[in-house]
Design a protein around this ligand. Structure first.
Ligand SMILES: Nc1ncnc2c1ncn2[C@@H]1O[C@H](COP(=O)(O)OP(=O)(O)OP(=O)(O)O)[C@@H](O)[C@H]1O
Length: 307
């Protein structure tokens, strides 16, 4: 049976005049996944999200939601999507419950849903307080509650944790996990922070300059990504020469440490053994993941090489 996708785009493209914001995008988001949509500022994430929601009409290509074409003729599909883009527009002088009531009437949804979504976003105890007294995290959770009012099968969130403090981020993550687990929803969320996405997503799509650099499971992505070994040694210059002679890619950092690119855990032991065999003392050794910035640079370099 073919895999079913909550979101699928086919050669999706969008231009602002002569600027190509999104190009030949073939995005596939499996049902029931939490998909992190990553990319640096200006990569085209918001434009893509607007296209997915039908807020912009594609310059080329198409969008499928639950396998169905999402054209202007099929706007009813929109009601199956819960979305939170930018800061939610809430009424500050109304309580959370009253805010939800406004949206409930617009959407013609059963009133029992209000208590359900308040419980889901853990705002029941604060639901009668005026929204202007809420923290940013609480407002964000209320925005999510609005998005969830219709119990959508697909939730699309643009940079949902921007501006949240660590506790707020933690809470938001738990909430999204519960949503997927208990309601079988699919979550698609954009972020420019890889570390953030790695904590929540099981699937990722990476966009750079309007083009998809990678999409697949988080595991597949992590398996592909190089690791960096940070070394503090007694004679950095000599250590770098020894390592380079054996084919390792080494860089000297301004703080006196060396960074060595490795592909797997066992390389750490090999590097350590090589230095020991050459009478070089290792004082400190730590692994780091290759940063997203370095990945983007590499990928962009590669793309340009092939032009
Ligand atoms: N209304 C507009 N008119 C012209 N160009 C635009 C418009 N909106 C976005 N762009 C351009 O399209 C490109 C993609 O922007 P977009 O906002 O989709 O990126 P993004 O990945 O969401 O970035 P950010 O994280 O900064 O919001 C950028 O080069 C941006 O300058």
């Amino acid at each position: 049976m073919p895999e079913s996708f909550a979101i699928e785009t086919r050669d999706l493209g969008y231009r602002f005049g002569s600027l190509i914001a999104v190009e030949a995008l073939n995005l596939r988001v499996p049902k029931g996944s939490i998909c992190g949509f990553l990319g640096p500022n200006g990569a085209g994430k918001t434009t893509t999200i607007r296209l997915l929601l039908g807020l912009l009409n594609p310059s080329s290509g198409s969008v499928l939601i639950d396998g169905q074409p999402f054209s202007s003729a099929r706007r009813h599909l929109r009601s199956r999507i819960g979305a939170l883009i930018e800061t939610p527009s809430l009424y500050p002088n109304l309580s959370a419950r009253e805010n939800l009531e406004v949206f409930r009437r617009l959407l013609e949804i059963d009133s029992a849903k209000i208590s359900e979504v308040l419980h889901l976003v853990r705002l029941t105890d604060d639901s009668d307080r005026l929204v202007r007294t809420y923290s940013l995290g609480m407002k964000q959770r209320l925005g999510l509650a609005v998005a969830l009012l219709g119990y959508p099968g697909l939730v699309i969130l643009d940079e949902p944790v921007n501006g949240l403090d660590p506790a707020g981020v933690h809470e938001f993550r738990d909430l999204l996990r519960a949503l997927v687990k208990q309601h079988g929803a699919t979550v698609f969320l954009s972020s420019h922070l890889l570390a953030e996405v790695e904590q929540i997503a099981d699937h990722i799509a990476i966009l750079n300059r309007g083009r998809l650099l990678f999409q697949g499971s988080l595991g597949a992505f992590q398996a592909q990504r190089n690791k960096i070994l940070i070394l503090r040694v007694d004679r950095p210059e000599d250590a770098a020469s020894v390592l380079r002679l054996s084919g390792w890619q080494v860089e000297r950092r301004p703080n006196g440490t060396l960074s060595v690119t490795i592909a797997q855990m066992s390389d750490t032991a090999a590097v350590n053994a090589l230095l020991g065999a050459n009478d070089l003392a290792v004082y400190h050794l730590a692994q780091e993941e290759e940063s997203l910035e370095s990945l983007f640079l590499k990928a962009t370099g590669r793309l340009e090489e092939h032009v």
